[in-house]
Design a protein around this ligand. Sequence first.
Ligand code: NOJ
Length: 506
Amino acid sequence: MKHTLILVLSWIVIPHTSCDGIDSLTFPDGFLFGVATSSYQTEGAWNESDKGVSIFDSWVQSCPECIADRSHGNIASDSYHKYEEDAMLIKQLGFNYYRFSISWSRILPNGLTNNVNKEGIRHYKDIIEVLLRNSIEPVVTIYHYDHPQVLEEMGGWTNELMVEWYLDYAKIVFREFGPMVKIFTTINEPQEMCAGYNDNGTAPGKLLPNMVGYYLCLHNVLKAHAKAYHMYDDEFRASQNGLISINNPCSGQVLDDSRDTISADTSFQFYCGMVGHPIYIGDYPPIVKERVALVSKYLGYHKSRLPTFSPKWISYIKGTADFFGLNSYTSEIAHPDPDEARGIYNSDSGIITTHKPTWHNSSIFWLKSVPEGFGNLLRKIKVDYNNPLVFVTENGFPDYGELNDIDRINYFRSYLEELIIAVKRDGCRISRYTIWSLLDNWEFHFGYTTPFGIIKVDFNSPSRERIPKSSAYWWKEVIRTHRLQDVPNINVILANIESVLKSHHR
Ligand code: NOJ
């Protein structure tokens, strides 16, 4: 109870932005900038180099109507073939590191270890080598949603054996790439991935009832992550000396006039807290355990749909992060669902969320630009999780593909000002920031309709030509000066675009 109170208060005790005389435009010394992509969304070559079939290869074939433009990632941004050009772009823009993911089915076409694909291993070594030659640090996500379809045929993340299958795969990744890679994340956004065991908005698109599949998936994923972390500790850390964590998606909370901190905290716990609490505090958040048990009873289950961790598992999972890998895009206002007053339970959290009409829209309905909420989130992580070292492993803005992407620049500028304030004024320990995404790529059920790239990819051209957008030039200047720049005027941007295009195509 005491603990819950502290968590709830953490939304209110620290005020949000007010600069208090600090320089909120200059980044702290040593702060690093990176760009991110993921294998299925970007690399293409879905059936080359002896790659096996992943759950996304299957899903796009079996359910084209699940995707807004009925598209797929068969070629995507073609980074499988164009990784050298991508590395050159990253270098020209001055980024310090590149976060990309490894395709499990390119390494283990059968999912299991009886066939380790040499060509797949060679491919990722080539990428890592070209990055290192150009002084770009490789940051590797071991698994970004796209596990082998053959494992899905055996239940995927609803089968506890998946924990061992993942571990076998992760071991190969550490063994092969660990000597050259110093930052790993085990699993990208478990909460988003596990949604594929509840609805058909993402692969594997299994419509399992009442979140049972979702919770089971999350449970197994947390075990797999913890086992991989401990395996790194036991077998690789001494020789490889890297850092390892997980990518946790979190939304910010903004309070409206009702100042409902309890709903804000409940909403946080049901999303960010599902990974944050087990790793930083231990076990699922108490409010989640309580609510899922309650609603399970209401639905007629004789026990909670949320599986229970034994005390052994609770302590085994706790502490399995060398940094907080934060993926964050937007914020919400949380309210209690009014139906519950009439005894109707529509969701486990009992929360409905709204947006302020003044929040700036993107091309995705759920993603509004809310810099204030981002600042609140950074402070919440500091207070609730004992000020962990935070790497922002994803943040970005989708538009409609315009080259002069002023809305994206405005988004970055306002979010980063909040980040600098959180570090300098509030003492948050944040030392890296990663843009989603380097390139326009395939955005799941939105297909190619909501591009996130700071570099445009021409999906109509067979060569998938890359064209830096205005935001890429803005970033180049930000990194060069280590300082947030004004949103540039159009003439400056056009002059820049011309000169970089010339050097890029020379
Ligand atoms: C999080 C995911 O990691 C990434 O794959 C996705 O494209 C972005 N969010 C944007 O939705």
